[in-house]
Design a protein around this ligand. Structure first.
Ligand SMILES: Cc1ncc(COP(=O)(O)O)c(C=O)c1O
Length: 390
């Protein structure tokens, strides 16, 4: 008899992360209709829990029925009209992707750049907006390709002082580090489910404030994408009449509901603290092994995604294969210009646990030592343990 039998892995890559068993079980619950009052109730609860994750009161907060890249596309196709100017901060693959998506939506794109592994300097954003008027300034909060955490407040202020909307990619930050959209002044944001929320991939939570909604409602041109047109989707997710737009992915909504409830019950502050300690323990462990972290400024290191340089003389592929085949551990390789040069270890959501830090450090120490890398055996575990001990 046919039976799907995927291997049981420990997901410590850049996403997806391990899902909590309750989240996986939620997907197996019976289907109900997407207009069933009971489902509408679940949608309302999901929207409310997402507001908590984003730190917002925004009415227009809901998951788009597709992955994080569709959330990115939603922001640009709804807010940009052909010929609008967008200033996009690029310091990794996902900032780069934003420039492509924005240009396809008709934007005239100006880039502000930083080397991969560094945060964007707000002074460069200030310099760029002094030279031109932009409709939007966009940045990636947690650059998954590099492990950089981007401070947002100053760029938000610069954008607003110049009359631009401020849009943020929160795919890898949501549920891992605070976003505080209302306090920071984020006008539009999108996220993913498969990182620190620890739900399966397939939805993209988005949030738009009144200022952004105003821009959407007063467009001169029709939104080019039917599927991602928020003026229509909003009527299904929040409108008084709940007009049918598309068939919601019921089981995915169950899963995100369960994942968000688990975070809510643990307490957002506790979840952030868990990520901060666990990520730091991993980073101290790797450094004790003599490995070099890619992000030099400790204030710009993401706790949920650590990037480090592959040592001289060690090959990328064989190490990751051994981790996967002998230990069942998935870690990530580098992307773009960093392919073959770095590894990425994610400690996101349900994967973000002491057990996984100790496991991956021990496995990495063994595999690297076998391949001729000299390190002080046991130092990594001791350094990590010291962080957990406080
Ligand atoms: C920062 C960031 N933005 C956007 C995306 C795209 O999300 P997805 O792969 O879910 O479409 C990702 C995925 O890894 C990401 O890490």
């Amino acid at each position: 008899m046919y039976k799907l039998n995927p291997p049981n892995r420990i997901l410590l890559g850049p996403g997806p992360s391990d899902a909590h068993p309750e989240t996986l079980q939620a997907q197996a619950l019976p289907l109900i209709g997407h207009m069933d009052p009971a489902f509408i109730e679940i949608m309302n609860e999901v929207a409310e829990l997402l507001r908590e994750m984003y730190g917002t009161e925004n009415k227009l907060t809901m998951p788009i029925s597709a992955t994080g890249s569709a959330g990115m596309e939603t922001v640009f196709v709804n807010l940009i009209e052909p010929g609008d100017k967008a200033l996009i901060c690029v310091n990794g693959l996902f900032g780069e992707r934003m420039t492509d998506v924005a240009a396809r939506a008709g934007a005239e794109v100006t880039r502000v750049e930083a080397p991969w592994g560094q945060a964007i300097d707000p002074a460069q954003v200030a310099e760029a907006v002094a030279k031109d008027r932009f409709k939007m300034v966009a940045v990636v909060h947690a650059e998954t390709s590099t492990g950089v955490k981007q401070p947002l407040e100053e760029i938000a202020r610069i954008a607003h002082d110049n009359g631009a909307l401020f849009a943020v990619d929160c795919v890898t930050s949501i549920g891992g580090i605070p976003i505080e959209a209302d306090k920071v002044g984020i006008d539009a944001a999108y996220a993913g489910t498969q990182k620190c929320l620890s739900a399966p991939p397939g939805l993209s939570p988005v949030t738009f404030n009144d200022r952004a909604v105003d821009v959407i409602m007063n467009r001169k041109t029709k939104i080019q994408s039917w599927y991602l047109d928020l003026s229509m989707i909003a009527k299904y997710w929040g409108g008084a009449t709940r007009a049918y737009h598309h068939t919601a992915p019921i089981s995915s909504v169950y899963a995100i509901h369960a994942a968000l409830r688990l975070i809510h019950e643990e307490g957002l502050e506790n979840v952030f603290a868990r990520h901060a300690t666990t990520g730091l323990a991993l980073q101290k462990g790797l450094e004790a092994m003599g490995l070099k972290l890619l992000v030099e400024n400790p204030d710009h290191r993401l706790p949920e995604l650590t990037t480090f340089v592959i040592p001289e003389g060690i090959e990328d592929g064989p190490v990751r294969s051994r981790l996967l085949n002998e230990y069942g551990i998935e870690i990530g390789g580098g992307l773009g210009v960093l392919a073959g040069k770095i590894w990425r270890i994610g400690l996101m959501g349900h994967s973000c646990r002491k057990r996984n830090v100790m496991l991956v450090l021990a496995a990495l120490e063994t595999v690297l030592s076998d391949m001729g890398y000299g390190c002080d055996k046991g130092a990594a575990l001791a350094a990590a343990e010291a962080v957990f001990a406080g």
